[in-house]
Design a binder for this molecule. Structure first.
Ligand code: PMP
Ligand code: GLU
Length: 397
């Protein structure tokens, strides 16, 4: 008998985490796998942040925190939003969660009713569509291929809007493409959204600091939509803190209050120790962020150069995040012995089994013609991984 809810049965497992787990299992069996699947910085958390966590333990921050997070953390986040983004928020508008992932899911669950439409420009991060499903909403996926640098146009946005549109989830810099919307491109999207006051804009800015385009631009800077933007961000990527699980939403007060209420019933505030570490991240010395950004930019250049040498790959030059998202459809339908490569997940599995490199098929990101590589790993790993991929692909006929 199946005891599981329809809600759970319709949910897809996270493909990024699943590929990473497969790669770890192979590694545990002694196979020398290079893992380019999951997206997380390979750096250690900076020392001053770790010191703040150790101090928090010694200072007995071992009790429940307020549901939306400690006031000093929310003030530090407001300081960050003011200093780095020129945006005014009060601590009441901030809700700190278990990662940006929960912050996005909170927002979706708070605003989406059954049947409401949520516009998701694609390629898109794996979890957006599933979160909308959890809320019983309908994802309206708007595709943008490599020929438009994976960015939607204002006309595409306008065409996707209906009276049922409740929200849009916009991610820049983007996972999985690394594309970054310029100020002008964001303004053009804001001008479309300004005509539709019922639409909430969930702006996922988790890759804010991993930017090679000369500085972050937030859609919240535009006055005509400002009061409907919910900014999502956190410490995972900028401060190499994926395991600490701290993210936040900075939202209109009504939405922040709703996220607070929701969170009060199913997780409470996130880890007290991780919150104190995050105060040091947001309010402390920022030089570590630039050091890591420069390393990612160097690797971006390396990986683009190597990927361009692989026959059949169409490669864009990502302007942010740490992913390369080549169009690899040239290989679909090709064979290795009896094995036919039927699509992106199949190609990712072939590369894992035959080349011992873990990647993620583009279908998980609503772009079945592509494959995602995370280049958040050492130069040696990248050179060797791309060599293996090239070799494995050369065997396909
Ligand atoms: N948004 C995007 C686009 C991401 O890539 C990630 C990384 N998993 C998240 C949100 C969630 O980040 P966090 O680790 O803070 O939950
Ligand atoms: N953002 C990362 C990725 O896309 C983390 C994994 C996840 O949370 O899906 O690989």
């Amino acid at each position: 008998m199946n005891q599981l809810s329809d809600r759970l049965m319709s949910l897809a497992p996270s493909e990024t985490l699943a590929m990473s787990q497969k790669s770890n299992e192979l590694k545990a069996q002694g196979v020398d796998v290079i893992n380019l699947s999951v997206g997380e910085p390979d750096f250690n958390t900076p020392d001053h942040i770790k010191a703040a966590a150790k101090k928090a333990i010694d200072d007995n921050f071992s009790f429940y925190s307020p549901v939306p997070g400690y006031l000093d953390l929310r003030k530090a986040i407001c300081g960050k939003l003011k200093n780095e983004n020129g945006l005014d928020f009060t601590p009441e508008q901030i809700v700190v969660s278990n990662g940006a992932k929960q912050a996005i899911c909170n927002a979706v669950l708070c605003i989406v009713n059954s049947g409401d439409e949520v516009i998701i420009p694609a390629p898109c991060w794996v979890s957006y569509v599933e979160m909308v499903k959890l809320a019983e909403g309908k994802s309206v996926v708007v595709p943008a291929g490599i020929e438009q640098d994976f960015k939607i146009t204002p006309a595409q946005l306008e065409a996707a809007i209906t009276p049922k549109t409740k929200a849009i989830i916009l991610c820049s810099p983007s996972n999985p493409t690394g594309s970054v919307y310029s100020r002008d491109e964001l303004k053009a999207l804001a001008d479309v959204l300004a005509k539709h006051p019922q639409i909430i804009i969930i702006a996922d800015e988790i890759y804010e600091h991993i930017n090679y385009a000369g500085g972050h631009q937030s859609i919240a800077q535009f006055e005509n939509v400002r009061d409907r933007v919910a900014i999502i961000n956190g410490v995972s990527k900028a401060y190499a803190m994926t395991g600490w699980r701290i993210g936040f939403i900075a939202a209109p007060l009504w939405l922040a209050k709703a996220c607070n209420k929701l969170q009060s019933q199913y997780t409470s505030g996130p880890s007290s120790i991780a919150q104190k570490a995050s105060v040091a991240a947001f309010a402390g010395d920022q030089s570590c962020v630039e050091v890591m950004r420069q390393a990612f930019e160097r690797r971006r250049n390396l990986v683009v150069e190597l990927a361009r040498q692989i026959p059949g790959f169409k490669v864009n030059v990502p302007q942010g995040a740490f992913y390369l998202f080549p169009d690899v459809s040239y290989y679909y339908g090709k064979k290795f012995g009896d094995r036919i490569i039927s699509g992106s997940a199949d190609l990712a599995m072939y590369l894992l089994e035959e080349g011992h490199v873990a990647t993620v098929g583009g279908a998980a990101f609503c772009a079945p013609e592509c494959l995602r590589f995370s280049y958040a790993t050492s130069d040696e790993n990248l050179v060797e991984a791309l060599r293996r991929i090239k070799e494995a692909l050369a065997k396909l006929q």
